[in-house]
Structures are given as structure tokens and as C-alpha cells.
Design a protein around this ligand. Sequence first.
Ligand code: 5AD
Ligand code: SF4
Length: 450
Amino acid sequence: MLTSPGSRQLYIETYGCQMNVSDSEVVVSVMQDNGVAYTSEPEHADIVLINTCSIRENAEQRVWGRLEVFRQMKKKKPALLVGIIGCMAERLKEKLLEEEHLVDLVIGPDAYRELPALLEEAGTGQKAINVLLSREETYADISPVRYHKNKVSAFVSIMRGCNNYCSYCVVPYTRGRERSRNPESIIREVDGLAAKGYREVTLLGQNVNSYKWEEGDGSTTGFAALLEMAARRHPGIRMRFSTSHPRDISDDLLKTIAGNPNICRHIHLPVQSGSSRILKLMNRGYTREEYLERIDAINRIIPGCAISTDIITGFPGETDDDHRQTLSLMQEVGYDFAFMFKYSERPGTAAAKKLTDNVPDDVKSQRLTEIIKLQGTLSARSKKADIGRNFEVLVEGTSKKSAGELFGRTSQNKVVVFPAGSFKPGEYVKVNINSSTPATLIGVAAGPVI
Ligand code: 5AD
Ligand code: SF4
């Protein structure tokens, strides 16, 4: 159904991971098909949805804060419907409906097809909820509506859920069991993006290496094959993927990356800790040595590949020595970038049930500060090494600081700023790097990429 002027308007706010960004695009698609238009202005909305994250307590706190803001809005506009969707909806379920005048509907990550029906229900004054998790749902047939301004790069979800059960992590509980999406529907979506002029696609899953699709005749497609299929069909489009699990990242995949120039030279490989003892408590399925062996394989098979990571500090029982092992592993790998977090106990997880959150908050903070400082040095070193070199940059937009400059990324996922000249977003430009700031490479265009 097409939306028309005067149709109801949906405003959606998204927290958490890239998967949530991708899910919000599915939600906007489902709503548009039911005559509800998207608006970027909350004041114009008849329906407000908050797509939420439960990964750390502070992610949930932010959402409670936003709910208060919308409660005030509801006072002025009583017909406004407010819904919580995503991981927090799944984790907290009916609890979210208990408070008066706060939330009208609660919808878990596998129930977005039910949104229109649940909205009808909520519109009659009843509170509506569906938090059923599915073993099959991949939203394969839904064309996500890319409502963000960036028309250069897009996310494509290739699987949902997670079976890893890392002891600290809420995801298997909020997103359910792992399931892969039909490769045909993935390739069709990538083809559609190519036709619309997109130049970069990121294939998304909680653990992309375990992507697996089985045909009726028993033949299977794994992640390396899927990635190669997408890359070969669209040589002008950059392919990225996220996230890889260190236990499952195979030489086969690394060789696929090495053999296809449009698969980006960047791997996000969350280590979480540099101590094998803590990794075991985290149920990560690898030791420090095994992780470092995978790093060697990346460096050997894909020279010049950037590597980034996630690190949790202050996991239950983490000693000073464990912490020092994390610092030494960071040095040894020389990460180009890292996301770093304080451990946050999540109710219902194995760590919450079996371990005591016994590292005092000030120790967690102090360790986090040390880790962030070290990563600052490593990131600066990684950027300095790029000075004097040429990189192919995919232009994403105009620099926030100066209208005369463009920004984009290298294949290694480093942000580059350079004088615009006559170049435009969506173009590949060869840029010579001449300096760097803590977050950015700075250069001059050396010509288009032919
Ligand atoms: N506390 C802190 N960080 C967490 N992460 C996942 N669960 C927790 C938790 N309970 C981090 C991990 C993961 C990233 C997405 O979030 O580093 O890789
Ligand atoms: Fe994404 Fe995990 Fe947060 Fe859910 S809990 S939104 S899967 S990061």
C-alpha cells in the first residue's frame, strides 16, 4: 500500500548495534506497507517506536530516559502511541507495560510482522505485546526501507540470533536461536542496492562465520561462498561484514577476502580479554594463543588488513595479572581500533547466575582508562603508518567541519578527510595521506579510481 498525505506517521529511534539499525529498516518497511509513513520529526508522529538494546545496563538506562521524554509528549497528545521494540522489549516483557501512561506496545525482535495488528489493538486503548521468539524468522522477503540520509552504504542482515552463549551476553536470550537467511534473497537485496546506486554493503550477523544455508538437495552455502558470490556479482561495490567470532574465522574465509579486491581489508575480531583463564570463564571457546594464531593467519593471508576488536574490562574474578595480559595482547596485535567496555552484569546470563560481579567499579574504571589510553597510542601509530601512502577512499559525504571537504573511508575502515574538488559522495577517489588526527586521516585527492 502506498502512503498518502494525511496518513499516519511513524517516528523511530534506534539504539544498540548495526543489527538494530537494520531491523528498524524492516520495521519502517512493514509500516509503510500498511499505510504508515516515516517521519524524522518526533513532533509530527502518531506512533513512536524505540528500538532498544540490552547489552549493558547503561544502554537500558538511556531508553528509560527517552521514555520519560515521550511520556511528557503523550500528555500533550493523548492519541500518541509509544512502543518499545527490540532487545529490551524481549528482556523485560510485561514489566514495561506495568507503568501507567508509559508504553502502549511491546514487541520483540522476531515479531515485527505483527506490528500493524498490534498497533490496531493498542489504538483501541488496550496494551499490546508480542515477544515470541522464532526459529525461522529472517524477514527474508521484506525490503528494508533505507530511511537514513546516507545513500552510499547499507546494511544487509544475513542471519539472526546467536547460539554462542558467551557467559556475559544477553543476546541469545533477547534474539533467540541462530538462523540463516536464504542466500537468494540476500543476493536479490544486494542487487537492488546496486541498482539504486549504493557502493558499499555490510553483511550483518551476530556471528557471520557460522552462516549456513541448506538447500532441499542437501547442498550448503557457507559464509565464504556467500561473500564471494556477492563480491563477484558487484565488483564496483565494497563488501564488509560484521561480526566474526575468533573461534570460527577460517583460512577459507581469509583466502576469499584476499582473492577479491572489493572485499574490504578490515576484520572486526572481538577478543574480549587477553587472559585464557578469563576467556574460559567467558565461554569464548578459544585461548589467548589460539586467538593470536588467527591474527597471524590474517596478517599472513591478507597483508595490510586492519584489525579491530571489542574488550570487556572487570569481568568477574579478573585480577591485575589478567588485566596486564589484555594490555599485552593489545600491544602484540597492534589493533587499529577498539570498542572498550566495563563489564555490566546482565540478569539471566550464565555469568550473572554463577559468578560474582566482584571487581569494584573504581577498579573497572581504572582498567578501562588504561585500556583506552593504550588503544589511543596504537590507533595513532596505525594512522601515522599511513602517512605518505595512497588509499582508495569511498566518499560518504561532506565533512561536518568544513563544507569544502569530503569524508570517506579506506578499505581498512579508516576515516579520511580531503578537499572536495569536484568529487561527490559515492565516488571512489585516490587520496594521498599527508597527516593524521586521533580519529582521522587527512589527505589530498590524487585522482579518481579508474
Ligand atoms: N558487559 C559489557 N560489555 C558487554 N558486551 C557484551 N555483553 C557485555 C556485558 N555484559 C560487549 C562485548 C561485545 C560487544 C558488542 O559488547 O565486547 O563484543
Ligand atoms: Fe544488538 Fe545485542 Fe544490543 Fe540486542 S543486546 S541491540 S543484539 S548489541
